[in-house]
Structure formats: structure tokens, C-alpha cells
Design a protein around this ligand. Sequence first.
Ligand code: BES
Ligand code: ZN
Ligand code: ZN
Length: 501
Amino acid sequence: MDVTTQQGFVQEVEADAVIVNLFEGVSQPGGATGAVDGALDGAITDLIAGGDFKGKLGETAVLYARGAMPAPRVVIVGLGKSGDFDLEGVRKASAAAAKRAKKLGVERLATIVHGAGIGELEPREAAQATVEGALLATYEFKELKTETDEDEASELAHLVVVEADAGKVDVVQGGARVGEIMVRAVQLARDLGNRPGNVATPRHLAETAQEIAGETGLRCEIFDEEQMRELGMGVVLGVAQGSEEPARFIVLEHNAGRDDLDTIVFAGKGLTFDTGGISIKQSKGMENMKFDMMGGAAVLGAMQAVGELDLPLHVVGLVPATENMPGGAADKPGDVLTALNGKTIEVINTDAEGRLILADGLSYAQRFAPDAVIDLATLTGAAMVALGRYATGMFTNDEALAGRLSAAAEATGERVWLLPLFDEHKEEVESDVADVKNVGKGRFGGASIGAAFLANFVGDYPWVHLDIAPTGWTDEAKGYTTKGATGVGVRLLVRFLQDWG
Ligand code: BES
Ligand code: ZN
Ligand code: ZN
């Protein structure tokens, strides 16, 4: 979908539908909604007076303009109570309105910026959130379908952001542009996740990284298995042993070599399919393990946006990418592997492979002398037990860094929740035969134990681990989140960088 910004009045715009809004409890609409109400001879006022529209957040109604405006339809969306309204409300309202318009077969959709008028939000941010909500909500993964849906004769193809105030139109356009960049980055992550394991292989992730680099000017380096062996990445190679599909280690770099800039490293688990290996998973639901690379996908998406926004930081994206398969050469329970930082690992459970491949990723991060490292991984079922699907689990060795992530979470609506990393968790991964082992004593505190294992490979830098098992994908479309891969982490990471300064 392409996005354009236009100065003008929404009641005069050429489109298949226009979106206006209403706060809960308003009986006489003002601003752009009031102007449309005027053009429609009070139809919106009547709708409210009749009790048929309350203005609850995400509530929608459709009215027909019957020639009173160039656009044949008006979609009215509720913004909820004005005191509760924030950027997440903008995204949700915009999502609800765009989904309603899409169902109506609208191709060209015009919208006002939600919340920039009486909502008193900053127009740039409100415009960004309006675009994000509309486009993220109407995302679909259709590339593997050969039969087109009969009901879908037309596609939502254009979003026109309309701003009446000539003094605001430039900032609205700027915000809409950033929104579009964010949406494309999230779509990239969603596409990678939704692609099945036989399409989105480690080599596919590597090719995608090279494409991103080609389009944005990022530096890209891809290590094959031989190069990983020379470097000493014994754990990625150990996990990859059971697979016919060759592993890759992806390095994307923005502002490479700029010693004057702060350095931030992102490391994402790129496990393109997790069977569990020799410690094999049950088959029920195993298809969802194609999403086990969502940490890596978030890093690739974020790096694309970083390049397009040309952020004034040195940013590195690392993605160890492999399958976890139970082949004849697979790593076995009890095997000992050596990580890039020299530590030895006893593999008790081959299904705890995410922490293994990140051991090499976090060790590799050290060579950039980073000011902060953030890893993202669909690491543990235990994080879902702790948090439901309602937050990403966060662990850290630096509370100030965690605070920055919490602030970015607040701004983006991508909730994170700090969980503990105690010395007792660290003691659980001590091994009799090697430096560490990859599981703890039992089921309890599994997400913290995963983080405690990772801590052994964290260098001399502030670090946050984000366990996105709860949030990386979903069975249920909600708001602007679609079914399947969510792309969680992309907007969070970019916002974190934008606020680093
Ligand atoms: N990829 C899984 C974690 C996972 C499971 C994410 C379900 C989302 C949904 C990870 O590799 C794994 O298998 N973890 C094990 C660790 C255990 C063996 C210590 C788990 O969580 O059961
Ligand atoms: Zn696993
Ligand atoms: Zn896994």
C-alpha cells in the first residue's frame, strides 16, 4: 500500500472512503468530523443522538455520502475517552477503521490524523501512529496462495493522510513517512516469520540481509559454516550438525567504522525450524516452530529501518541462523560444545538450542566494544507460562538500559516486563563436566534460567535479553496485530535507538 499526505479538507478528498473520528461522550462533532457532519447535513450528529454510535475505542460506523462529498462513504471510528487517549489509541482506532474499509472493498482510503486535533497529541507522532495502525492491521500473507479469494475483487492500495492545517502538513508528512518505514520493516519481519521452514531457511535469511544491505547501504557480511569454524563458533555449528540445511551467521552494520558514534548491537535468534533435535518435540503444534526465527526477523526488520532512517549511531545486527533437526550427525544430550568466547557447554537438552546459538552471537558482539547489546529470542515456553501472550519477558545486567527499553515499550505499545536474574538461577546452569550446561534443575523459573545461561556469554557491556516467545507470533488477530508472525521488537528497537541520544 502506498501512503501520501495531502493538504486539504477531508470532505473534499477524492477517495473510495474517508475516515473521521469521534471521542466518547461528544454529541456535537467538531474539527474535520464536524465538517463532514455538516456536508452530510447532520448525519453523524443523528447517529450519536440515536444512540447508535458511542465513540468507544475501535467502534466503527459507515455512512453514505449520497453525492454530498466526492467520497461515497464515510467511516467513523471511536477514539474512546479523551482523557485515556494516547498513541496506542491512535494505532488501535486507525486499525479498526482501516479493517472496516478493507472489508468494504475500498481501494483508495483517506484518513485524518487521529488525535492531533482535540486529542492534543504531537502531530508528527500521531501521523506516524495513524499510518502504522492502518497498514499493520491490513497486512496479509498471501504469497503462497495460488487461488484468489472471490470476495476480494479489489485491494486496499492507497492511504491518503489528509491534513487541513497548512502549518502542520509538513510534520504530518514527515510522521507519515516514518510510519511507512516502520510498517515496511514490520512487514518484512512478518513475511520472514510466516514463510514456512522450507522457504525461510538460514540461506533465505542471509539473502534477505544482503537485499536489505543493497537497498539501504548497510554493510553485510555472511559467514558460512567454514568461516564459522575458523572463527570458533562451535555452538552454532553444534546445533546445525543434525541438519542438511547449512547454517549462516549474518552481520549487518550501519555506519560501520564510525568510531565517533555510540555502538549498539542487536542479536536475534534465527532458528528457522525447531524440531527439538534429538530431544524431539511432540508433533502437535510443531508447525509453529517455523516462527522460532522471529528474534532474527526482528533484527533484520529493525536494521532495514535503521538504514532507511539513517540514524546517527553505529548499529550492528547479528543473526545466528540454523535449523534444529535430529539428523544422524546431530548433537546429542551430554555432548560438550565450545563457544566463541572459549567456554564449554554441556548440552543436556538439544531443544534448549536458542540459548546455544545466542552464546556465539553474544560472544561475537564483544568485538564491537558496544555501549549496549540487546538480544531477542523465542527462547522459552516458560516465558509464556509467566506472562501469557501479553508481554515480552525482559532480563538485564543493567537497570538503566532496561529502563530505556521500558520507555520504548511504552511509546510503541510493544509491552516488555522485567523478570529476575538471580545468582540462584545462574547456579542452576553449573555443570559437572563443562563450564555450564544448557538447562537448570527442573521446570521452575525456566525463562530466568535461559537468561542465566546467556549471561555466561555476555561480555563487558550493558545487556538486555528479550524473550519474545510470548509475543513473537499469535493465533488471534487483535487491533493492528495480525494472525501469525507479529513482527514484535522491530518498532521497539528502532524507538529505543531514536531516543538513545
Ligand atoms: N523455541 C523453543 C521455545 C518456545 C516454545 C517458544 C514454545 C515458543 C513456544 C525453545 O527452543 C525451546 O524448545 N525451549 C525449551 C527449553 C527447555 C528444553 C529447557 C522449552 O521452553 O521448553
Ligand atoms: Zn527448542
Ligand atoms: Zn527454539
